[in-house]
Design a protein around this ligand. Sequence first.
Ligand code: HEM
Length: 120
Amino acid sequence: MLKHLHLLFVALVIGIFFWRVYLAQFKPDMLANKWLKITPHILAGMLLLTGFGLVFQGNWLDGNYGWIVVKLILMFVFIGLGILTLKSEGEKRWYALAGSIFCLVYIVKVAFTKQIFWFI
Ligand code: HEM
């Protein structure tokens, strides 16, 4: 149940991020919309909360919890690069977007494998 909620917020956070990137590029005026400014914060907050909920529900801190720390750090890097993607222009925007997507892929990999270095 909590995991499905977590996954729902994962999908919503990713969905609204790409939607905002589209708007930033093609309809920048729409980004000023109040709801588009507030909702991402609520969704990211809920993602974090459900993540913490899962950590305690599954007693994940009893074992090797490095993957949780990595997820958390990468989530903040993703948020930082996400802001850079939306605020910068031209080539810089696409580099920041590539970095954001890399973070997301890494987070999902770590979520499933519980391995920090899943590529080794
Ligand atoms: C962008 C951010 C995040 C993404 C994309 C993400 C993605 C996922 C995915 C795909 C799963 C399901 C894994 C599976 O079914 O085996 C999952 C589970 C989980 N996530 Fe996240 N997550 C994010 C943030 C967080 C944060 C910030 C935390 C902790 C503070 C967290 C803690 C957990 C825990 C404990 C589970 C349960 C693992 C299990 O039951 O196997 N997640 N997450």
